[in-house]
Design a protein around this ligand. Structure first.
Ligand SMILES: NC(=O)c1ccc[n+]([C@@H]2O[C@H](COP(=O)([O-])OP(=O)(O)OC[C@H]3O[C@@H](n4cnc5c(N)ncnc54)[C@H](OP(=O)(O)O)[C@@H]3O)[C@@H](O)[C@H]2O)c1
Length: 271
């Protein structure tokens, strides 16, 4: 398959647009190689035009012409979508089908596509739109190394990519796909703390965001445990340990961890 296979993005909402923007704007994927389809194309017309990609209502035509099909509809819409595509023979040429639907298993996808359709389950996140994404891939049974490499090549320009066994996909969804929303709330809270202590809001938001970026980058770039990095900031009898103890009084660790657990449980029931 060539470096930029003909790609159909089915469902051009939040994630379809985020992935498409990352591909076209940030990684130079040729816009003329991408055709999107959405139930209500008028909603995303301006975005599609800005990216230079084709967008219509016709998912069948987009899939028939594609070498790779990226399914970006909600889990509840997948069954009808796949039934329609299968009935129309749109998958008969066996394109590589990559689904990003939360909670939707490879077994479900297999049962609702023509026999032998190569399937990959992917879980990206919204930071893919600015090439800071995290995507986890789980290949279906019949997927070759070359096909998995094609799926990987689609997401690699958008951030980090990891292959994992499918059994981890719901936890991945709860942590790295829902996670940006949790971090935005935490960032907002950090900024509120700054505002409470007299910082102008815009300054507080910038400090909170750059600090979070720096701290996360230290974990990724040094490979060191977050606890060791935390200890280095924590001078005996200093201000950081005082702040940490206040956070522990509010049970910050279990509150955040339970949030991931809850999101994982709900993700598992979405398919
Ligand atoms: N949002 C995230 O951060 C995130 C992260 C990782 C994975 N995901 C997964 O990504 C998928 C999409 O999520 P999203 O947040 O992007 O949802 P979204 O914004 O609702 O986008 C889905 C789009 O698909 C359209 N659609 C529905 N059925 C269709 C069909 N048969 N043919 C063509 N288009 C169709 C919808 O149109 P209507 O609105 O008119 O129905 C909507 O515009 C979900 O399965 C979700 O689990 C989301």
């Amino acid at each position: 398959m060539n470096q930029h296979p003909k790609l159909a993005i089915i469902g051009f909402g939040t994630m379809g647009q985020a992935i498409c923007a990352g591909l076209v704007e940030a990684s130079g994927y040729p816009a003329q190689q991408i055709q999107a389809a959405d139930c209500h194309p008028a909603h995303a017309k301006v975005r599609a035009e800005a990216l230079g990609i084709g967008l219509s209502k016709d998912a069948e035509a987009a899939v028939k012409a594609a070498e790779v099909v990226l399914l970006c509809v909600k889990p509840k819409d997948l069954k009808d979508l796949l039934a329609g595509l299968t009935a129309a023979g749109a998958l008969d040429h066996k394109p590589l089908v990559v689904s990003i639907a939360a909670g939707t298993t490879l077994a479900f996808l297999d049962a609702h596509t023509p026999e032998g359709t190569p399937l990959v389950r992917a879980m990206p996140n919204t930071p893919c739109s600015i090439r800071k994404g995290m995507t986890v891939l789980a290949p279906g049974k019949g997927v070759s190394e070359a096909q998995l490499a094609t799926a990987r090549a689609l997401f690699e320009p958008l951030g980090r990519v990891m292959d994992l066994d499918e059994k981890h996909m719901d936890a991945v969804t709860g942590l790295s796909a829902s996670g940006p929303a949790f971090v935005f709330v935490i960032l907002e809270s950090l900024a509120e703390g700054g505002v409470q202590c007299g910082l102008p809001r815009a300054v507080a938001v910038e400090l909170a965001a750059q600090m979070t970026l720096g701290a996360a980058s230290m974990v990724l770039e040094t490979g060191r445990h977050p606890a060791a990095l935390k200890d280095e900031v924590t001078t005996p009898a200093g201000c950081t340990i005082a702040g940490l103890l206040a956070l522990e009084d509010g049970r910050i660790r279990s509150v955040v961890a339970r949030g991931i657990e809850r999101a994982t449980q709900v993700a598992a029931g979405l398919g």
